[in-house]
Design a protein around this ligand. Structure first.
Ligand SMILES: C[S@@+](CC[C@H](N)C(=O)[O-])C[C@H]1O[C@@H](n2cnc3c(N)ncnc32)[C@H](O)[C@@H]1O
Length: 288
């Protein structure tokens, strides 16, 4: 993140979602028809470009990344919707999106949310840039934006300042595309902070990046690529292997109830032979 500027990676992941909305519905992994509304004009134009050259170029630069990013969103969508459908004592009372970027779920799932507040936490610069796009779309009364740098300050304190936030309530937390940009201690602190403000039976969906330990050229290149994100001020810092995730989460008060590695993503979501990148995995965990 370049100080004071909106996140570029947030724009790019949103661009991939917007492009996925143009894929043949029978082959589509994710339906995010609002992503394009949140993009800057230049990115929105790229999102509307015909399929072909743009997609091949992205896939040549980082093979499988676009597929992984839409699978990741789909994995979290499916779990979120399953939670929002619960009724009675299991009912979810609020949603937190940590590092929300240009996440469009507050717009896409208005009916399923049924007025429950969505708290979007991100750098003030990223939220400010998103607010400009949202203002063009009209009011979103169930959305509350909370500006915070959770690598240096407690997002929990920021949330607790909001009169709408219900401490100890059953909450769904989405933390997508962020852990890899933080140091392990910050990820641990965030999970512990989360556990201290949400109720038992709450859930969190997270993705992790991990190091490919093969000797092949492609494995070596994959180990180098994340550092290139340092050029836009968002270098990858944390690597957490799928085998290590349950223990790490358990030590912060969260039990993994579903995990998806790159291979299982293909089985779950891909119908047209696209191959997800091998270095990401996703978990859904519940608080004890
Ligand atoms: C790759 S983007 C993902 C955005 C969104 N979750 C999505 O999937 O579309 C990473 C987001 O994390 C935010 N972020 C990264 N580090 C952060 C920090 N220390 N505090 C607050 N936000 C942070 C960035 O501003 C950016 O919006």
């Amino acid at each position: 993140m370049i100080a004071g500027l909106p996140s570029l990676t947030a724009e790019f992941v949103c661009l991939f979602r917007a492009r996925e909305a143009r894929v043949d519905p029978a082959m589509r992994i994710l339906d995010d028809d609002r992503a394009v509304d949140l993009l800057s004009p230049a990115m929105a134009a790229l999102a509307r470009a015909p399929q072909g050259v743009v997609d091949r170029l992205f896939n040549w630069m980082i093979p499988g990344l676009a597929t992984t990013l839409v699978c990741r969103h789909r994995f979290l969508d499916d779990h979120l919707l399953q939670e929002l459908a619960k009724r009675g004592s299991d009912e979810v009372e609020q949603v937190i999106v940590l590092g929300a970027g240009l996440d469009a779920r507050a717009l896409r799932f208005t009916a399923e949310l049924r007025g429950r507040t969505v708290f979007e936490v991100d750098f003030p610069s990223t939220l400010g840039r998103k607010r400009k796009q949202l203002e063009k779309l009209g009011p979103v009364p169930h959305l509350e934006q909370v500006g915070c740098d959770f690598a240096v300050e407690s997002f929990a304190d920021a949330l607790l300042r909001s009169p709408r936030f219900q401490k100890g309530a059953k909450t769904v937390v989405l933390w997508e595309g962020v852990t890899m940009y933080l140091e392990r201690a910050a990820v641990r602190r965030t999970l512990e902070d989360l556990r201290s403000v949400v109720g038992a039976g709450s859930s969190v969906g997270i993705d992790f990046w991990f190091l490919i330990d093969g000797r092949s050229v492609s494995s070596t290149v994959r180990r180098m690529l994340p550092q290139l994100l340092g050029i836009v001020g968002e270098p990858v810092l944390l690597s957490l292997h799928p085998e290590d995730a349950p223990g790490f989460l358990r030590s912060t008060g969260w039990d993994v109830v579903d995990a998806a590695d790159p291979r299982s993503l293909s089985t779950r979501y891909v119908k047209d032979g696209r191959r997800p990148a091998p270095s990401f995995h996703f978990v859904w965990a519940e608080s004890r």
